[in-house]
Design a protein around this ligand. Structure first.
Ligand code: ADP
Length: 531
């Protein structure tokens, strides 16, 4: 091929993000409200300066390219410094979720072969307990009590980022593993950069110069939805809180004039409850991103009535995590409020960069129509979707590069994704599928129901039939018959549970989702009456 000219090599390494933020938005503030109630302020230039010092400090500890540097920490400026410091040293940042069970914590740090661990003083007891079990960690650095500051303070920051390739790994996140051991997902510089840029789409986080973002989604969960990377590209002002109490969050939102926030539904629920109990208005946010599990309708309605755009997002650790985000449709102005809420209650449309499809649950291969009616197993592919789990022998994708999400959903003609279940939880009755999630949502609409979980129980004639486990709200005494009558108006007759069992508590995973695996094992001896 003759030399026809060329474009420059500017590899997609994520340190470009903090370089850009420091250069173009250097004085944009990064505020932290610490666990002890104190507050500190730095800016993007300060984050970069400290990250360069941390890179030197890691080198002084003997960290080499590809080594894993773990964090066990909440959201704060030092954690942000560590993200860039670790990758800037050529290392792989491994954010550990402190809410995991101890056997999982033991497994993932050893499996990752972490060499350094940076942790919050709040997790000191946990760290002390785990130390004898963690076999590869050589150095422990506490973020508090001046330890982190003096560790990086010994360096001058007069250095450059380590030389890495854009296809080199930069970050490792483990899924919480509802079955078997947690699995590591290894993000590359390139995949992370592309994902960060996708987050800038108006359809996604829609950041601009005036954005003040308080990410409640922890930096240890699914890369905090990529916010520490995307926020740097846009130069947003970050407001971090090392505690997730609704009172602290609400005060920060008001005091720091927060425009955007992001968190799982429980976070918003906590904020509602706090504001109601104290007769306070909800904070005035421009955008609330909700994901991790389905945002309930009442939550969307309330936020929208408060003038907040609800960006309902779907994704998973395996997808870096952004897959879809809800955004106004082209005919938004013509929609009624209720129609808008119904659209937002679905999981949004794919951001540019990923492709989605649904396939038959029976063969996991036959592609289904995008007709807004047919549900099937959801698959995804794209440059920030996992190809192979960390240290796994085989690819996690099929021959065409599709990754099975484990979710079940419907794709609408305009590309909107509507999740209906998980493949493991969907109930097969007489060759037809019953959505456990829709049954649960219908039951949750009853005023006496605090929480409900539906699972399929073996049935000789129908294969499986649904059984609904219900936790009553305190002081209520709804009966199975009453609940069945209530459900009759809300779901198809053949979906009605064969039995309704009232229990004190429904088991949850470390990330707060209903653990059907634990529920199933608790009721492994359960036999349906007519079975
Ligand atoms: P975990 O929390 O189990 O560690 P992830 O955070 O990766 O793992 O969870 C991803 C899963 O969470 C998705 O596969 C999906 O089932 C669920 N999920 C994420 N966002 C939504 C949403 N907006 N609505 C419904 N379910 C969601």
């Amino acid at each position: 091929m003759p030399d026809l000219g060329a474009m420059q090599d500017w590899s997609l390494v994520v340190t470009h993000l903090v370089d850009h933020a420091a250069r173009e938005h250097g004085t944009r503030e990064i505020v932290t409200r610490w666990a002890d109630g104190s507050q500190t302020r730095t800016d993007w230039a300060g984050i970069r300066r400290d990250a360069l010092k941390m890179k030197q400090a890691l080198e002084s500890c003997g960290i080499r390219k590809g080594d894993r540097i773990a964090t066990l920490a909440m959201n704060h400026a030092r954690h942000l410094v560590s993200w860039y410091g670790a990758v800037g040293a050529g290392g792989i940042l491994h954010t550990i979720n402190p809410r995991l069970f101890e056997d999982q914590l033991e497994y993932i740090a050893n499996h990752a072969e972490d060499r350094v661990l940076l942790y919050d003083a709040a997790f000191k007891p946990l760290v002390e307990k785990m130390k004898p079990l963690w076999t590869t960690i050589e150095q422990y650095i506490c973020y508090d009590d001046g330890e982190f500051e003096s560790w990086i303070g010994a360096e001058d920051g007069d250095t450059d980022w380590a030389d890495v390739d854009e296809r080199d790994p930069c970050m490792l996140c483990y899924t919480s593993g509802t079955t078997g051991n947690p699995k590591g997902v290894l993000y590359e510089h390139r995949s992370t950069m592309l994902h960060a840029l996708s987050g800038m789409q108006p359809h996604a986080f829609d950041f601009d110069a005036s954005t003040v973002m308080l990410p409640v989604v922890p930096m240890f969960h699914a890369a905090s939805w990529g916010l520490p990377w995307t926020g740097a590209a846009a130069g947003v002002k970050f407001v971090f809180s090392a505690v997730n109490e609704p009172e602290v969050l609400c005060n920060l939102m008001t005091e720091e004039k927060v425009t955007d926030s992001a968190g799982v539904p429980t976070v918003w629920l906590g904020i509602f409850q706090y504001c109601d109990a104290n007769d306070l208005p909800l904070p005035k946010l421009a955008t609330a991103t909700i994901g991790g599990s389905a945002a309930p309708r009442f939550m969307i309605e309330r936020l929208m009535k408060n003038g907040t755009r609800v960006a309902h997002a779907w994704g998973m650790t395996e997808t870096s995590p952004i897959g879809t985000v809800g955004a106004p449709t082209h005919d938004w102005a013509e929609k009624s409020f209720d129609e808008k809420v119904s659209i937002v209650a679905m999981q949004g449309r794919p951001v540019f960069g990923v492709e989605l499809r649904t396939v038959e649950l029976d063969d996991m291969a036959t592609e289904l129509p995008r007709d807004g009616r047919t549900s099937g197993a959801l698959q995804i592919r794209g440059p920030w979707v996992v190809k192979r789990y960390f240290k796994a022998e085989e690819d996690a994708t099929n021959v065409d590069g599709w990754f099975d999400t484990g979710d079940v959903g419907i794709i609408h003609p305009d590309g909107t994704l509507q999740l209906t279940d998980r493949t493991k939880d969907v109930i097969k009755s007489g060759g037809e599928w019953i959505s456990s999630v829709e049954l649960e949502n219908a039951a949750a609409g009853h005023p006496a129901v605090a929480e409900a979980a539906a699972i399929g129980m073996a049935h000789p004639k129908w294969d499986e039939r649904p059984v609904l486990f219900v936790v009553r709200k305190p002081g209520t005494n709804v009966t199975g018959e009453e609940l069945r009558a209530f459900l009759t108006g809300h779901v198809a007759k053949w979906w009605l549970p064969d039995a309704i069992e009232f229990i004190d508590e429904i088991p949850h995973t470390a990330t707060g989702k209903i653990s059907k695996k634990d529920l199933r094992s608790r009721f492994s001896d359960y036999v349906l009456e007519d079975a």
